[in-house]
Ligand binder design. Structure first.
Ligand SMILES: [Zn+2]
Ligand SMILES: [Zn+2]
Length: 218
């Protein structure tokens, strides 16, 4: 990657769904992964369920098929151990996002490098509250995330690991300007900030800047 334009992704009211079986690792360790045994069957797309407050509902039990449904996975994907009747049956969902500029749709784990979205599940709760890295909320009361190479998610409004003012919540370790929607998103150290870095972002395999709507490695 040398440079990539920021693209803006908005949530839809649709999600991708899977039928998931798993065991919790305190009962059992997967012989292949050392974690929990896990398997998923992809169901396809469906409407996202919302609670009265507008949050995505966690309780999906009344929408999942009966435990005896033949589509539930029978055994762990990694080690082949059969699931028992007591292992959980979970209707697993991931919200679908859309890039209006291209019409492309994706879940957030698969958006391309340079994709940007608002982590509304953080910022909705902060709409009236203070802003700054200590709250994970930026000056426009959003929590913006940018997809980096290696499928790393950069929470621009979060605290940098090398923040020099860890007890001060209202500054921004990365100061952002402009908007991702119109190609002007820009991140630097020009504002109420700390001494960490120069406004760049470093993750394993990538170190770069987001200037004038373009993510560029350095
Ligand atoms: Zn297993
Ligand atoms: Zn800081």
């Amino acid at each position: 990657m040398s440079e990539v334009k920021i693209s803006w992704w908005e949530p839809t009211d649709r999600e991708r769904q899977w039928l998931r079986r798993y065991t919790s690792s305190d009962q059992h360790k997967c012989a292949a992964t050392g974690g929990y045994c896990n398997a998923m069957f992809e169901l396809g797309e469906a409407d996202v369920l919302y609670t009265k407050d507008g949050y995505i509902a966690g309780d999906r039990d009344n929408r999942k098929p009966a435990d005896g449904d033949h589509r539930w996975p029978k055994a762990c994907n990694a080690c082949g151990r059969p699931f028992g009747d007591d292992d959980p049956h979970q209707l697993f969902g991931k919200q679908i996002y859309i890039c209006e500029a291209t019409g492309e749709r994706s879940t957030l784990d698969k958006v391309p490098v340079g994709g940007c979205w608002d982590a509304w599940w953080i910022s909705e709760r902060r709409r009236e509250g203070p802003t700054g890295s200590g709250y994970m909320v930026g000056p426009d009361h959003r929590s913006l995330v940018v997809k980096l190479p290696g499928n790393h998610d950069w929470h621009i409004d979060s605290r940098a690991s090398n923040c020099t003012k860890p007890d001060e919540r209202e500054h921004s370790c990365w100061v952002r300007h402009g908007r991702p929607e119109d190609g002007t998103l820009h991140v630097d150290k020009n504002g109420n900030t700390c001494a960490a870095g120069a406004g760049s972002i470093a993750v394993p395999g990538f170190h770069g800047f987001l200037h004038h709507g373009v993510l560029r490695d350095c």
